[in-house]
Design a protein. Structure first.
Length: 82
């Protein structure tokens, strides 16, 4: 059980680190939240309408958010590219 808590703590720290890097430069606290909300309410709908997609990271990449332009797809680590 201790190892499980250690793994969960590592994942949480990784998630927080990824989220922090994505929102770097947006300010702190409520100011940062307002910027993120403004993006998702004003910018993201326009990008989505022209074909962009949003992919949430899983596993070691939990907490990461990837915005992919039209025609771009994610390739998992270890997958062969064709």
């Amino acid at each position: 059980e201790t190892k499980l808590m250690g793994d969960k703590e590592k994942l949480l720290k990784r998630k927080q680190s990824l989220e922090a890097s994505v929102t770097l430069g947006l300010g702190y606290g409520k100011k940062k939240q307002r910027h993120v909300e403004a993006f998702y309410s004003a910018v993201w709908p326009v990008l989505k309408d022209v074909g962009w997609s949003l992919v949430k990271g899983e596993g070691d990449e939990e907490g990461a958010t990837y915005f992919l332009p039209p025609g771009v797809t994610m390739v998992n680590k270890g997958e062969d590219k064709e």
